[in-house]
Design a protein around this ligand. Structure first.
Ligand code: BES
Ligand code: MN
Ligand code: MN
Length: 457
């Protein structure tokens, strides 16, 4: 079977990339309403591709936001059914001047395809559509498949929760597979078994009712920018520990055995720093870099502004200052509870010289996948066969909020079967995806279904 699939990939490899490029050209930026038309256009093209690949019952499902693409291939009710999830929306491409080639004019260079969404997640999602095509063409399908490809992942999957709650029957399956995460390296394949949750809020401080002359009023009023900086600085102590009361109450502690196990993960701190061009790393005292990124929560300012931000100098005390703040959460923390603790604390520490407004944007729960399941065993076997080495299980620091909901709403466990690399610059300028990774994904996915069928029955 592997040979049939490999041969099919080889005969069609250039066309696969050409088709992906057509999807990549559409700026389906879900967070910005200005691009709603493009988001829909991308959905329709994904739908067309799914149909072309041979999926049945293909439809565009409307939501209160961007549409969801559905399609399936049910050929034998007695076989297991796998729900394939992916997203066709992308992050904004700014800052545009840092791209070497325009984000929505994809180019292939040095064995990699460059453009927004190449890795996250159009390229990875498209591997599943091409794997479907290859399996149908070579008559090697081993599981029934259902495809759920959404357009709001990058803005919090707000309408997807509703959809899966309403469409339980339609989405009935045995498990979920998602390719939207990373591997450790091309010669160190890995399977992601945990993702962090997230709470994302915006804090707006208002001082005086108008922008003031910073000399005429300087020294007499609370400056909202100064105060916002002081407040943010106080959210962590000198050990990098978050100071919000109750923040760590629910954090699951990791056993010494598990922490020792984590030390075996190949990781080169010098290389890590070099790749980011930093001289030193920073994080919570008492934990390694990998631990800080996976089993410990963190808090980061994602954007901060106020006052005069143009060229040159303007003497002003701004009326308002604003910051966007995210907290990455780990097992047993609850995103709504954390958002509430954060809001209460911010209001509590704000001095009387400013008024505070806190807006809760979106949240998502951490995802933990059991490692002793037939799903992971099948994922391991398939990767071992296609890469020629045994994959290792890793946790990752980013979030895919729908994973926890697949579990709690549909009762489905997920295999996080990503083929990207952390160096693929997702969400950053010059995002790219290796052709090696793209084709390896298309090769490995059918093998996964083969082993899953064997192990499940
Ligand atoms: N695909 C990423 C998540 C990811 C990236 C997992 C790399 C593992 C490795 C996803 O598209 C993403 O960016 N998620 C957001 C979620 C947020 C918008 C709710 C994130 O983590 O910031
Ligand atoms: Mn993604
Ligand atoms: Mn993303």
């Amino acid at each position: 079977m592997k040979d049939l699939i490999l041969k099919y990939i080889d005969q069609n490899k250039d066309r696969f990339v050409e088709e992906l490029i057509e999807i990549l050209k559409i700026p389906s930026i879900s967070t910005d309403p200005q691009y709603a038309g493009d988001v829909r256009k991308a959905a329709k093209l994904v739908l067309e591709n799914l149909k072309q690949a041979g999926a049945d019952n293909v439809e565009l499902c409307e939501t209160d936001g961007h549409p969801i693409v559905y399609g399936d291939k049910i050929f034998d009710q007695s076989l297991p059914t796998v729900l394939v999830y992916g997203h066709y929306d992308v992050q904004p491409a700014e800052p545009l001047d840092l791209w070497d080639s325009p984000p929505f004019e994809p180019v292939v260079k040095d064995g990699k395809i460059y453009g927004r969404g190449t890795c996250d997640d159009k390229g990875q999602m498209f591997m599943h559509i091409k794997a479907l095509e290859a399996m149908i063409a070579t008559d090697t399908l081993n599981c029934n498949l259902k495809f759920l490809i959404e357009g709001e992942e990058e803005s919090g999957s707000e309408n997807l929760e509703n959809f899966i709650t309403k469409e339980k029957e339609k989405l009935k399956a045995d498990m979920v597979i998602i390719s939207d995460t990373s591997m450790l390296a091309n010669d160190v394949p890995s399977i992601t078994v945990a993702l962090r949750g997230i709470s994302y809020l915006e804090v707006e401080l208002t001082g005086p009712n108008v922008d003031l002359h910073s000399g005429v009023y300087g020294g007499t009023v609370g400056n909202p920018i100064d105060i916002l900086c002081e407040m943010i600085a106080s959210l962590k102590d000198e050990n990098g520990t978050i100071t919000i009361p109750g923040f760590y109450d629910d954090v699951q502690t990791t056993s010494d055995e598990e922490r020792a196990e984590m030390l075996k993960i190949p990781y080169d701190e010098e290389k890590y720093k070099k790749g980011l061009n930093v001289d030193a790393l920073k994080g919570e005292a008492g934990y390694t870099t990998i631990e800080r990124n996976t089993i410990r929560p963190c808090l980061d300012v994602n954007g901060i502004w106020g006052g005069y931000m143009g060229e040159g100098a303007k003497t002003v005390i701004a009326s308002k200052a604003t910051a966007k703040i995210s907290m990455r959460l780990v097992a047993n923390q609850d995103s709504k509870k954390i958002a509430q603790l954060f809001t209460d604390h911010i209001k509590n520490i704000a001095p009387a010289s400013v008024k505070v407004k806190v807006t809760d944007f979106h949240g998502g729960e951490p995802a933990i996948c059991p490692t002793d399941s037939v799903e992971i065993e099948a994922a391991n076997k398939a990767m071992e066969e296609s890469f020629g080495v045994k994959p290792i299980c890793t946790r990752e620091g980013a979030s895919i909020p729908i994973v926890a909901l697949f579990d709690s709403v549909l009762g489905l466990k997920t295999v996080l079967y990503g083929f990207g690399l952390n160096s693929d610059a997702i969400h950053s300028p010059n995002e790219h995806y290796g052709l090696f990774n793209f084709y390896k994904g298309i090769e490995t996915i059918p093998l996964f279904y083969k082993y899953y069928r064997e192990l499940k029955q």
